[in-house]
Design a protein around this ligand. Sequence first.
Ligand SMILES: [Zn+2]
Length: 347
Amino acid sequence: MRLSRTTALLAGVSTLLALPAAMAAERVQVVTSFSILADMIENVGGEHVEVTALVGPDSDAHVYSPRPTDARTLAEADLVVFNGLQFEGWIERLIDASDFAGPRVVATEGIEARLADLADDDHDEAHDHDHDAQASHQDDHDGHDHGAIDPHAWQDLGMGELYVGNILAGLIEADPDNSGAYEARAARYLEEVAALDSELHELLDEIPAGTSVITGHDSFGHFARAYGLQFLSPQGLSTETEPSAANMARLIDVIREENVRALFHENMTSPAMIDQLAEETGLSVAGTLYADALASDGEASTWLGMMRHNAHTLHDALAEPGHDEGQHDDDDHAGDDHGHDDHDHDH
Ligand SMILES: [Zn+2]
């Protein structure tokens, strides 16, 4: 993945150098809200696009304050892509305040239908469409929340079709002459996404069912539904509100009562709350998960790379060595109680 993206970027650079300036300027100018979408757009658009992310790596798009230059950046865009579902509530106001009049893509468009399909196969997880994203739901640790749809759908690679399909439609609308190239790149990219999705399912199946972990905010609901872990957090779906002392106290009770195995920092939020929970519960902080932003370099600097990093970080901390090794079936791991050699919480 790193290699193919680097190759694509290099191909883009050499094409650019070989072209007269006027043609280079014809690359589609895409502005997006945050780094994870920027990587997806670069993968689908290749050398035909130039992508600007308003919120960069390791930064929190929930609480971003647009700068005056952002409106000018938008005014020069051919296409704007954002996540939607109130993930980055500031962007629609920013677009409306700018002179941008081109197509805008909501990358999660269609998610309600997708979640309804998943709920048909699985248990009921479709949520009412309601934008009250403030509610924290510490008491609700079976993974369901009530009200807002979790906007962090990129955390499930199975949602790749949704994201890539919406981005593809936007690029074709903005630049129909290159639609064949976009379609071919999107198809190849989706093959990579699907292959990694299978790989992660296999890896994360080695973590015993019912394992719970704590992260800074509720970025991992889609990951949890897809890959079978439980995530709890002191904050809700957004980072806009600080957790109350009562929330923190309740979470500490839950950590003590339930099979919570580890705490994880997030790359784009302050580690302070997690460090406080570690101190008060004696649980260890087992690594950093990439939640709402890419890393600026290294493995987690692409969407697929950050997903792989997160899965391996969780696996290293939580998998039962030797369990089901070499085979891959749907056995329920709950109740298994054989040896870990790296962790020894409560077993
Ligand atoms: Zn978030």
